[in-house]
Design a protein around this ligand. Structure first.
Ligand code: FEO
Ligand code: CA
Ligand code: CA
Length: 699
């Protein structure tokens, strides 16, 4: 039986597979708190006055143009796995989907939605854990056990809650790679026996800080299967909550980044809440500092009103933080160190090829809840870094470098390329729909697509001599960099439904953005500034999210856009799969991280499935008649989120984050025993999947 139209319900308290515990420790309970963006930016009503450029649906490869008149269609019921039934009334389809050959990369048996305490992969595929929380990364680490944790070991072991993953081939060594993972956040109840939420010990707090950051670990394949095992190699490194970071950009030395421990305002201790990231063409790692606000206490009690308002716009209000780190380090107490938050929420860059190197914070990319950052390089070597601010009603950004990328592969080239993200212009996106008839939630406009155009608005330009120019009246360049959200408000940026991963396609250059969900879209709660539905955010109280496709004039200021997917149960009228036959696709909910396979298909991992299944990984065809075909490749255990997806010719990697996380879970009472089974404690881990015959994934 298929999943029956649950997303037609319009209750605000929709069920997500995400527990309240996950909201609390991952995002600082952002879902229960007021939306920090109270600006009046871009309401649908504003758009009615504008001139629209009509633009037909963005289709390639000669596919039939989709024309659907409204919300009246309901896809036919699905069979047992909800995937293969004939569609008798699939008026959302192009011609006959049965005639459409499955594109290369998507030739696997769909995994059915499920709630197993396991990683499931298609028949004919296998999977195995590569490395788990607590496993040794750096020589000298002790053997992990839940009852034998200490700070020094934690700084040498694989951190908690792996999110972003990169796998970089090591030159000259067959089947050997660098695995780089972010460790986004800690859930102390599931790390420490007898954890007391009101009275964490100093040692627990320091172990938590050590479990944040990143791991760099060499992994080795073999000639029998696709599994990978960790090796104590020369590149292995742990970056954690006390690793020094170099602050870069015009804010270095500025009053707003000086603290008691760093009176010169140029070095920051650690990186926190690193969510997703990206690999640069010069072989380094970008990582986004996301929900860092939750670690700070005392925002509401800061005396200076302007500072207090700015802290609030970044979500820093509570007198006490959830983890209570402020009891042990003054930097987490903004009453004592009001500038400390201004040193986080950046994109950081790590050179994984030099374990002694100092990682950097690229402040020219702006300060907001960076999900990650991903790069497109134009023909002349200009570098464009795309990034989303993952909160309800926040914005989409890009940075265009003024330096050109050096194509060489020497250490000197890499060092020069690591300066590219320090010089250039930061922009924020504004969106226009092209359908003036758009007014009903989930009703496809008459032109058959959610689409339109948009414009990038300049925020700040950092010049070659290190000086910077603000493009926002009333804000200095330094203020734009430190309070980028406020600059976005001033620029009239468009409020989005939680823009997460933003990734340029490696061959077409089109840019894809996961818009995870937004239960307050168009909710019209009394006294709140909820933005109404709009063509780019067409679902009221959006539970299942969308995937956006941009055709960007990369170094320029214009783009066109369309929604590739309106996610949810395909049986629900409001869902849209690029015009593909909805009876032939997997249900998908809450897209989060994106990647591409070697055939050019998009792969999407999910966070918080609202269709009562575990989260998973999905392949989505982008081109030709199969555009919009969406097939589930993998599911992760109950309570977990699928992160860091990577799809190579022979391997798929995912980071399984927060397995078994629920409101009651403790070390003593764990609802998941993944990955070790029996009565073991759940442990976040990196997983690799491969085809049993070692053939190409999905071919
Ligand atoms: Fe860490 Fe935006 O999820
Ligand atoms: Ca349209
Ligand atoms: Ca994420």
């Amino acid at each position: 039986m298929g999943l029956k139209g649950r997303n037609l319900l319009t209750k605000l308290d929709f069920r997500s597979s995400r527990s309240h515990r996950t909201c609390l420790y991952k995002c600082g309970d952002a879902c229960s708190k007021p939306v920090p963006n109270t600006s009046k930016n871009t309401y649908f009503g504003d758009l009615m006055d504008r001139e629209f450029t009509r633009r037909s649906a963005l289709r390639t490869g000669g596919a039939a143009v989709v024309t659907v008149g409204g919300a009246s269609f309901i896809a036919a019921c699905s069979d047992g796995n909800g995937l293969d039934a004939n569609s008798s009334d699939a008026s959302a389809t192009s011609s006959s989907a049965a005639d459409v050959p499955t594109p290369q990369g998507l030739n696997f048996e769909m995994v059915a939605p499920n709630t197993e305490d396991a990683v499931t992969v298609p028949n004919g595929y296998s999977q195995k854990v590569v490395i788990r929380w607590g496993d040794k990364v750096v020589d000298g680490a002790g053997e992990w056990s839940v009852d034998n944790q200490n700070v020094e070991d934690a700084k040498r072991q694989y951190g908690f809650n792996n999110d972003f993953a990169a796998l970089l081939p090591i030159e000259g060594q067959d089947n050997r790679f660098l695995l780089v993972s972010n460790h986004e956040y800690t859930t102390p109840q599931q790390m420490f026996r007898d954890y007391d939420v009101d009275n964490p010990t100093e040692e627990q707090v320091m172990i938590e800080m050590a479990n944040h950051g990143l791991s760099v670990v060499e992994v080795e394949g073999n000639d029998k299967d696709g599994s990978l095992k960790p090796v104590m190699g020369k590149y292995n490194r742990r970056i954690h909550g006390h690793t020094p970071f170099e602050l870069r950009g015009p804010i270095v030395g500025h009053e707003l980044v000086k603290t008691t421990k760093d009176p010169e305002g140029k070095m920051v201790e650690g990186t926190f809440n690193n969510c997703s990231g990206g690999v640069t063409p010069w072989g380094t790692i970008l990582s986004g500092e996301e929900n860092v606000d939750q670690y700070f206490a005392g925002g509401e009690e800061v005396k200076d009103e302007k500072t207090r308002d700015r802290l609030k716009r970044y979500g820093i209000e509570d007198p006490e933080s959830q983890r209570k780190w402020e009891r042990f380090e003054d930097r987490w107490d903004v009453r004592k160190e009001p500038n400390e938050p201004n040193r986080f929420n950046y994109v950081v860059e790590i050179n994984p090829w030099d374990p002694e190197s100092t990682p950097v914070k690229h402040t020219a990319l702006g300060r907001f809840k960076h999900e990650g950052s991903n790069i497109h390089v134009t023909g002349d070597g200009s570098v464009i870094a795309y990034s989303g601010d993952d909160s309800r009603f926040e914005y989409l950004y890009k940075f265009v470098s003024s330096r050109k990328m050096r194509s060489g592969n020497t250490d000197a080239d890499r060092a020069e390329n690591m300066k590219i993200l320090d010089e250039g212009t930061l922009y924020v996106a504004t969106f226009n729909g092209n359908s003036d008839d758009f007014s009903e939630s989930g009703k496809l406009p008459e032109d058959g697509a959610y689409d339109g155009d948009g414009e990038w608005k300049k925020l700040v330009t950092v010049k070659a001599d290190g000086s910077a120019e603000s493009h926002i009246d009333g804000m200095s360049a330094e203020e734009v960099i430190i309070y980028t959200r406020l600059a976005g408000d001033e620029a009239g940026a468009t409020k989005m439904d939680r823009p997460e991963d933003v990734e340029p396609h490696p061959t077409t250059g089109k840019v894809y953005a996961a818009l995870t969900n937004n239960k307050y879209r168009g909710a019209n709660r009394e006294g709140k500034d909820d933005a109404p539905i709009a063509e780019w955010a067409p679902i009221q109280e959006n539970k299942n999210g969308m995937v956006l496709e941009l055709d960007d004039d990369h170094t320029g200021e214009k783009f066109t856009w369309n929604l590739l997917l309106v996610c949810g149960d395909p049986e629900a009228a409001e869902t849209y799969f690029g015009g593909f036959d909805k009876s032939k696709v997997s249900p998908i909910s809450c897209p989060d991280n994106l990647t591409f396979d070697s055939f050019g298909n998009l792969w999407v991992s999910t966070d918080g499935n609202a269709l009562e299944s575990n989260d998973g990984l999905f392949a989505v065809a982008l081109e030709g008649d199969a555009r919009g075909l969406t097939k589930q490749f993998l599911t992760v255990p109950a309570g977990a989120e699928t992160c860091g997806p990577l799809v190579f010719e022979k391997r798929v990697l995912v980071n399984v984050q927060h397995p078994g996380e629920d409101d009651e879970a403790t070390v003593e009472n764990t609802s998941s025993h993944w990955p070790d089974g029996g009565d073991s404690l759940a442990r976040p881990a990196t997983v690799v999947a491969w085809k049993d015959d070692m053939g190409t994934i999905g071919a």
